[in-house]
Design a protein around this ligand. Structure first.
Ligand code: ASP
Ligand code: MG
Length: 415
């Protein structure tokens, strides 16, 4: 991506999600906020998602007309891109109605170029000339999120929740001061507030930690965080319904709060596991079993393999709950690796403690496991990274696990 540095006024990119744009009244409330931000003396680019559930409604419509066949990917992307065209044009009208000069731009008009992967395209480059021209005219620029143009000349979309990615990519391309994501949650919490009332909003979090939290379930598109991390673009997440301070995700110097060893507890409650029993213990087993899944786009997460004395092994891995039937079928259909039987287990969850402060500091795993054992939570599988310790447990025990870990690592306190 090319970065254009100009000596114009500082630029801020704001993004508003679908629930913040659900109807005319919501759109006007957001327009008022945009206007206020512009009064701070900055140039404002706004990225919008589709109104309310309109993307889901378009998907339902496409399924209804496709009558059981797979809707065409190219048509699907053009169809879905219309959701953001609706919200961006209405937002420009709302701003004009408030006496604020503004213009809406589709992804194409905003110069967003992507690869050709319909349904999950990646942004390749952004030509910001048009945006710059409009900002220089003193306008607020509203960009339709989630969409771009492939070299073929066809419209693409970036995958569900892709407007976050549009916003961070635009912020990078125009060298914005920061990217502000306004949504229906008011920031990043130490854990899911529905699981414990002691969950605390973080004023800041590092990119690495946020990536772990996002991938493991906290509500934020991981691709946008990755982009922020790579280009060191600070991302501020806050509520579009209040003026409460949100959370700044950044890669800069980390202050006391982030320096706590454990920053948060990430939870993913949609986990299932597959155990392939009696696999011959020889090179190529993992590759042979998992390749058909990779080919079919099924992501495998935690993997555990036991060695055993009789020359066979049990090979266990987790997948998302929605993929378990397909994954088991793919294992049964392959004929490269011999095995005794495939067993599936559902209703599992993944609970992880996350924090850069755990790096090189021993003892956190032991403390996590003893906390879970005191809470009588059985651990099914374990995996770790430098800044994360993950356990797979029974879904019914998630709340108990999260509450006891939140207490044990004193996450309700800010230092
Ligand atoms: N409207 C798209 C979706 O619902 C993109 C987005 O909201 O970011 O997934
Ligand atoms: Mg949406």
């Amino acid at each position: 991506m090319t970065i254009n540095v100009s000596d114009a006024r500082p630029v801020v990119v704001q993004k508003y999600g679908g629930s913040s744009l659900a109807d005319a009244e919501h759109i006007h409330n957001v327009a008022a906020r945009i206007q206020l931000r512009r009064d701070d003396g900055v140039d404002v680019i706004v990225v919008v998602s589709a109104m309310g559930d309109s993307t889901d409604e378009l998907i339902s419509l496409s399924e209804a007309v496709a009558g059981g066949t797979q809707p065409d990917a190219r048509e699907m992307d053009t169809l879905l891109s219309t959701g953001e065209l609706v919200s961006s044009t209405l937002m420009a009208m709302a701003l004009k109605a408030r006496g604020c000069d503004s213009i809406s731009l589709s992804g194409i008009q905003a110069g967003i170029k992507t690869d050709a992967v319909h349904g999950s395209a990646r942004i390749a480059d952004i030509n910001t000339d048009r945006i710059r021209t409009e900002l220089d005219k003193g306008r607020i620029v509203i960009v339709a999120g989630f969409q771009g143009l492939a070299e073929s000349g066809d419209i693409t979309t970036l995958g569900r929740g892709g407007s976050d990615t549009t916003a961070v990519a635009l912020a990078v391309a125009v060298d914005a001061e920061r990217c502000e994501i306004y949504t229906d949650v008011d920031g990043i919490y130490t854990t899911d507030p529905r699981l414990t009332d002691k969950a605390r909003k973080l004023s800041e979090i590092g990119f690495d930690e946020m990536l772990e939290m996002a991938v493991l379930g906290a509500k934020m598109n991981p691709r946008s965080i990755e982009l922020g991390a790579v280009y060191d673009m600070p991302v501020y997440v806050a509520s579009s319904f209040s003026s409460e301070p949100g959370t700044l995700i950044h890669g800069g110097e980390q202050t006391m709060e982030v320096r706590k060893a454990v920053t948060g507890i990430a939870v993913d409650s949609n986990v299932a596991k597959i155990t392939v029993r009696g696999v011959v213990d020889r090179p190529g087993v993992a590759a042979g079993l998992l390749k058909p899944l990779a080919d079919e786009g099924v992501s495998v997460d935690v993997i555990v393999q036991n060695t055993s004395s009789d020359g066979t092994t049990d090979f266990t891995f987790t997948v998302g709950q929605a993929s378990v039937v397909k994954a088991a079928q793919l294992i049964e259909d392959q004929s490269v690796i011999e095995y005794a039987e495939v067993i599936t287990g559902s209703n599992l969850a993944k609970v992880s403690i996350v924090g850069t402060g755990m790096e090189n500091a021993p003892g956190y795993a032991a403390r996590m496991f003893s906390t879970l054992s005191e809470a009588k939570v059985n651990i099914d599988m374990i995996t770790t990274s430098e800044i994360r310790i993950t356990t797979i447990i029974d879904r019914e025990q998630v709340q108990k696990a999260v509450q006891s870990l939140h207490d044990a690592f004193e996450l309700e306190k800010s230092q």
